[in-house]
Ligand binder design. Structure first.
Ligand code: LMR
Length: 343
């Protein structure tokens, strides 16, 4: 297009034409953006609290956008596993992931490992005082440093210990190789109990147990059951010693480039799916435990009060080590959150 108005077109009309032409690519771009495909990758099966949350989120988004926004869910590590899902998100290869809170330490956010402290929470209502309050928000603020946005927390539940023997006292752990997530707190916990931590991706865990690369592991019963770990572990000890929860995170660039109403629709659907997930986590773990009992593959042990106290005492140094690593300020914030009345 010429830089000067041609003689036969009035200047006003020419300017309007230029303005229209200049806007055209953007207008087309925004029309093209109206169909969105959102890729959500995670590492567990569909029949777990996280798998159910992802399916519910997909259903809500697709129904409310009349199919204009599609959510593709890639469960069970089909697309990315523990070692690469966060990087895939940062590079924009996927748009949402929901790693366990234990997996944020290795991207430079060790304060998320607060959730891994053994025997920290009595129940899920205590967890929510942290995740749904100021401390949860403060943890999410740190994600910006990694180009990520935190959209919400939700639970799996409390972890149990498994091996080919009962694990009820520190002496039971002596010399065992225990698979752990990539969390220094969880590794320290296993050392404090006398075991040797071996960091492995979730997707590799069952095979490592089956082949004897590791002797045991920890996870809520829903993960234990849906991965078929009961087929390769003879004993599950109901220690309830630690919490496993997740944060749904998205790529900041992806999030900010969404049109405001799409962002609102996606966020609203996600919050509802996470609220449902928070309601069903306990139920799913109970159902998995009932199925495990019926399967008769694995002996199930309960801790006595005295055994629980001895395990608690053994892991006390783990709390002190994290306080030294991330600073007392985070611990004060944690105490404050736990002192709040229930949400
Ligand atoms: C694990 O690696 O044990 C868990 O974080 C898997 C998960 O996402 O529940």
């Amino acid at each position: 297009m010429s830089a000067h108005p041609p003689q036969q077109i009035p200047r006003r009309q020419w300017l309007a034409t230029c303005a229209g032409a200049a806007l055209l690519p953007f207008a087309q771009a925004s029309a093209a953006q109206r169909d969105i495909t959102l890729r959500f990758s995670h590492v567990v099966t569909e029949d777990t609290p996280k798998g159910r949350a992802a399916s519910r989120f997909k259903a809500l988004v697709e129904a409310r956008s009349s199919g204009r926004i599609t959510v593709q869910v890639f469960p069970d590590g089909q697309l990315y596993g523990d070692h690469d899902e966060m990087q895939a998100l940062q590079l924009g290869a996927v748009d949402m992931v929901a790693p366990s809170l234990s997996k944020f330490g290795r991207i430079g956010l060790p304060e998320f490992e607060l959730f891994d402290l053994p025997f920290l929470f009595e129940d899920l209502s205590e967890v929510r005082r942290v995740t749904l309050g100021a401390l949860g928000q403060r943890l999410f603020n740190g994600l910006k440093r990694q180009g990520l946005v935190g959209l919400g927390f939700f639970d799996n539940g409390f972890k149990q210990m498994s091996a080919n023997r009962p694990l009820l006292a520190p002496t039971d752990f002596a010399g065992l190789r225990m698979r752990v997530q990539a969390s220094r707190v969880i590794a320290d916990q296993m050392r404090a109990l006398g075991a040797r931590p071996v960091t492995l991706a979730f997707s590799e865990t069952r095979r490592a147990l089956a082949t004897g690369v590791v002797d045991g592991t920890e996870n809520p019963v829903s993960n234990f059951w849906t991965q078929g770990m009961h087929q390769v572990q003879s004993d599950l000890s109901l220690t309830n010693h630690g919490y496993l929860g997740y944060a749904v995170v998205t790529n900041q660039r992806f999030w900010e480039h969404l049109q405001a109403d799409d962002r609102e629709l996606i966020n609203q659907a996600l919050q509802e799916a996470l609220e449902d997930a928070r309601q069903i986590a306990d139920v799913q773990n109970e159902a998995a435990l009932a199925a495990l009992r019926r399967s008769n593959t694995t002996r199930i042990h309960r801790l006595s009060a005295g055994q629980r106290v001895r395990l608690q005492q053994a892991v006390l140094p783990v709390h002190q080590a994290l306080a030294r690593r991330i600073g007392p300020d985070w611990f004060q914030a944690l105490q404050d959150a736990l002192a709040q009345p229930s949400a």
